[in-house]
Structures are given as C-alpha cells and as structure tokens.
Design a binder for this molecule. Structure first.
Ligand code: S3P
Length: 435
C-alpha cells in the first residue's frame, strides 16, 4: 500500500472541457482473469492502471500466466487454458480489491492445487462468507477464520454445479460462482434478488463459454474451454460520476465526459441526479468491447433533495459517497434507504460520509440501511476518508462548494481505482492539492 497522503480541497471554479476518465475497474479485472484461463492471447486495451486491477494481474503472474504491459493501459495476457494455472509458492495478495478476492475465490476453488488469498486491512474486514458458503455447497474446501481473509483454498477436482439464490444482490458473489462453475460438473445457476452488473456473463459468452443469462439470472455449463479475444475496456462510469456531480454543483460548469461505459446496471446515478434536477445529456457513441458507451455532457443545474428510489440502489451501489456529496449541496432533504450493503464496502460508507459531512456542518441522520441528508451550506474543516478511495473523491467534490478549505485525510487509496484523479480534477477546474 502507498504512503499516507492528505488533500486540501477548496472551491476552484466552474468545470470545463472534455475529459477521458480511466478504464472500467470491473471490466479490467475480468479481462485479465478470463484471458488467463483462455486458450490463446488476449489483448486488453483501456486496462485500468489502478492498484486493484494491477493486483489481479500480479496474482495471475504468480499463478504462471505471462502478462505483458507494452504500454500504459494495455495488457497482453498469454492464456494457459482452464487447467494451466500453476500453484503459487506464497499467499496471493489482493490488496484493497474485493472484486479480486471474491472472484479469485471462485476461480481457485476449481484448481487442483491449494492457494491462500490475502488482502489489506480493509479487505481483511470485509465479509467473505457470502462467497465461501455457496462455494462450499459446490464442494469447494475453503477455510477462513470468522468469515474473513486470509482465505485458505484447498485444491479440488470435485466441484458440482448448484442452483443458488443469492441472499444479497452482489455481482462479485455471482461472478465467483460462475467462475467456479467453469470447473464444476453440470450447470451452475445463480439467481439474484435484483439484477447486478453482468460483465462476467457477457465476457464469458464472448470468450465462448456455455453461459446463458437474462437480467437477474445466469447459468454456466462446466468443462468448456474459453478462447481468447480482444477486450476494449470502456471508461469507468464510477470514475466519471465524481465529475458528473462536481459539474452539476458548481455554477457555470459545462463539461463533457468522453466515451463512458453506460451499461444500465451501472448508471443508476444518472437517473437519480436527473430526478434531483441535474442537466446531463447522454449521446450514444457506439460500443466498446460489447459495452454501450456514451458522451456525457453535464451543465450546472441546481439540485434538490429527493427520496432515492430503492430500485435504483443496486445500479448505483458504488456511487453513494458522491451522491451524499450531491445531497449535502442540494436544496432540501435527500433520503437513502435499502442500501445496507454500503456498510461493508471498502469502509462503512454510510458512517464515513455521515461523519465527514457532519464535520462540515451538514445534518445527517443515519439509519441501518441509509441516511437522511439535509442540504445546507458546507463549512471548511477536516474529514477522514478511512482509506476509502470513493470517500476521498466524494469529499473533494463536496469541497467545491465549501466556504473554507477541506482537509481530506488518508487519500492514497484513490490510486486503487482512479490514478490521476487529482491532476484530472485540477485540469477540469476543481480546487484540489496535496496537503
Ligand atoms: C463489483 C461489484 C460490486 C461493486 C464493486 C465491484 C464487481 O460489489 O461494489 O465495486 O466488479 O463485480 P458487490 O458485488 O459486493 O455488490
């Protein structure tokens, strides 16, 4: 992990220009994973050079996969086939990346060799039972003290397909089961309480796996080889989100975000911001690696508080920190419910945002699964990101409307998902500097 860093954020002025944010984190992880177990060579363009996705690439290098990086944002993955991974001689480090750990748990459960997955302090606090229990039903042997990393995975050749109904909507758990399903006898079927991002299903099908899916349900047939194919990674909507909110909030802003991935399972924030009064135009710009992309044109507009439709929650699960920032600067009260999952992300995002906003003079009432955020003038002050990348960036956005400078503590982990955020934010017009 990088050294501890703080930011000072303060109003910079209107946001202008046309920005390209880095590649999608979820797609980058999956492109390396499927490329590694495919037959042939997978070229990944637009790969996110973040710590999370690099951790995934490093894990596969340790498992004997040759991965070249001829230039930033490109990976050439020399696939070893479904059964070509080699045992690593030490624990595999997933860093801060929940996606890496949960998906790898599924993939490694089907190997003939043992593996140990470890992560940083935040990842070691996150719940892993949600993935361990269904994998055990498939015959996997995984030990984890108290349901937390390290995960000790025993090699198994005897996975069997299951029909599993997810108790919580989680693309990571669904994906782990589908990846284990590649190694299982028969069919593995996953049913979700609400459809979540479908990148694993889409990419499995594109790589030639026997994978069928409709929103809310996916099934894979074990034992079919994958064949390599090029993957073009769209820009990450979750990274674009910080700029969508900042430009909505700061008077005079007029900003374009280029070729952003707009898979409907990711863009719940667009709908919610529009309900709040945001002016965001979406110009379809074709597709990137099978994913729809669009130019997003955002102009300043005053926002008002709303009750966030619970049905939108899974489609904007990573965007709540920045939604809280928008709500703090909106007129009236914004009510969030049905979002208990936020408590088990890289930090407890309800508590972290509530504490930080209160420190800046905003009234926030927390509930178990959400909060009421009372928009109002923001004061300067000090907030703690709790080492959570999205909390750090959300406060950088909120600070653009503060009446004094905001010191944001512990921001090094922004590099897990959005390297270059600081420079890009400044280029767009935001006031942000290293403390
Ligand atoms: C992700 C799924 C989501 C999301 C995370 C990335 C993925 O997590 O929050 O940032 O790539 O599958 P959950 O599956 O825990 O909801």
């Amino acid at each position: 992990m990088s050294a501890r860093r703080d930011w000072i954020a303060a109003p910079g002025g209107a946001l202008h220009g046309a920005l390209a944010v880095p590649g999608d984190k979820s797609v980058s992880h999956r492109a390396v994973m499927l490329g590694a177990i495919a037959e042939g060579t997978t070229r990944v363009d637009g790969f996110l050079e973040g710590e999370d996705t690099r951790a995934t690439a490093a894990v596969f290098a340790r498992l004997g996969v040759r991965i070249e990086a001829p230039q930033a944002g490109v990976r050439i993955v020399h696939g070893v086939g479904l059964h070509g991974l080699q045992p690593a001689d030490a624990p595999l480090d997933c860093g801060n990346a929940g996606t890496a750990m949960r998906l790898l748990a599924g993939l490694l459960a089907g190997q003939r060799f043992d593996s140990v997955l470890v992560g940083d302090a935040s990842l070691s606090r996150r719940p892993m039972r949600r993935v361990i229990e269904p994998l055990q039903q498939m015959g996997a042997r995984i030990a984890a003290e108290d349901g937390h990393a390290p995960l000790r995975i025993r090699g198994s050749q005897a996975l069997r397909g299951i029909d599993y109904r997810l108790p919580v909507a989680s693309a990571q758990v669904k994906s782990a089961l589908l990846l284990a399903g590649l190694y299982a006898d028969g069919q593995t079927r996953v049913r979700e309480p609400h459809p979540t991002r479908d990148y694993t299903e889409r990419m499995l099908a594109a790589f030639g796996a026997a994978c069928a899916y409709v929103p809310g349900e996916a099934a894979v047939q074990g034992g079919h080889a994958l064949s390599a194919r090029a993957v073009a990674v769209p820009a990450d909507f979750s990274s674009a989100a910080f700029f969508l909110v900042a430009a909505s909030l700061v008077p005079g802003s007029d900003l374009v975000l280029r070729r952003v991935g707009v898979n409907p399972r990711r863009t719940g924030l667009l709908q919610v911001l529009r309900l709040m009064g945001a002016d965001i135009a979406e110009h379809p710009a074709g597709s990137e690696g099978g994913e729809p992309v669009a130019e997003l044109h955002v102009r300043h507009a005053p926002l008002r508080g709303i009750e966030v439709p619970v049905a939108c929650v899974p489609d904007m699960i990573d965007e709540f920190p920045v939604l809280f920032a928008a709500a703090a600067c909106a007129e009236g009260v914004t009510r969030v419910r049905g979002a208990a999952e936020l408590r088990v992300k890289e930090s407890d995002r309800i508590a972290a945002m509530a504490a930080g906003l209160r420190a800046l003079g905003i009234r926030v009432e927390e509930t178990a699964d959400g909060a009421d955020i009372h928009g109002g003038p923001l004061q300067g002050g000090e907030v703690d990101s709790h080492g959570d990348h999205r909390i750090a960036m959300a406060f950088a956005v909120a600070a653009q409307l503060a009446r004094g400078p905001v010191r944001i503590a512990d921001v090094a982990n922004v590099a897990t998902s959005f390297p270059g955020f600081e420079a890009l934010a400044r280029a767009a017009g935001m006031g942000l500097a290293a403390a």
